[in-house]
Write a protein that binds this ligand. Sequence first.
Ligand code: HEC
Length: 151
Amino acid sequence: MGSQHIKSNMVRVLILGLVLFVIVSIFGMSCQASPATTPTPLPAPAPSPTPSPPSAPAPEAAEEGRALFISKACTSCHTVQGMPEAQGKVGPELTHQASNSLIAGVLPNTDDNLKKWLKDPAAVKPETIMPNQNLTDREIDALIAFLQTLK
Ligand code: HEC
């Protein structure tokens, strides 16, 4: 009876050891396996393409127009006070162009008429010496945005 008791105790210890071993090894495996099963970080989201800028807001158009006013040599004929590049004396001073009531003395000073004027001055006033500079619509819009700032 006594030796059997010892024997079953040993079996218990063995089983317990085995169970512990299995638990430990599973635990160890799961520990080792964990790095592999860690979900790989999601790839950084592709940078969203920068949306194309909306049609140039007025301040930028005016800025562009100002540059055109210089590059298209409008400055060689027109004076704009406060603009060192614009000291021309051939045409009228444009310092307060936006407040003028007439364009070239013949057309009411509206955006549409300014457009006509800049597109082809001689079509508005045949005797004018202001040249047709073959400006594009975009250039004309920018120039007008600039001229509108001359109040
Ligand atoms: C060769 C000289 C010359 C150049 C270059 C020139 N202009 Fe003129 N511009 C004139 C003259 C002269 C007038 C007056 C119109 C008239 O009565 O014949 C005028 C008139 C104007 C007017 C109307 C102003 C008013 O009070 O009647 C505007 C606006 C104007 N020009 C803008 C421009 C712009 C913008 C440019 C450049 C793209 C330009 N001009 C280039 C000579 C010039």
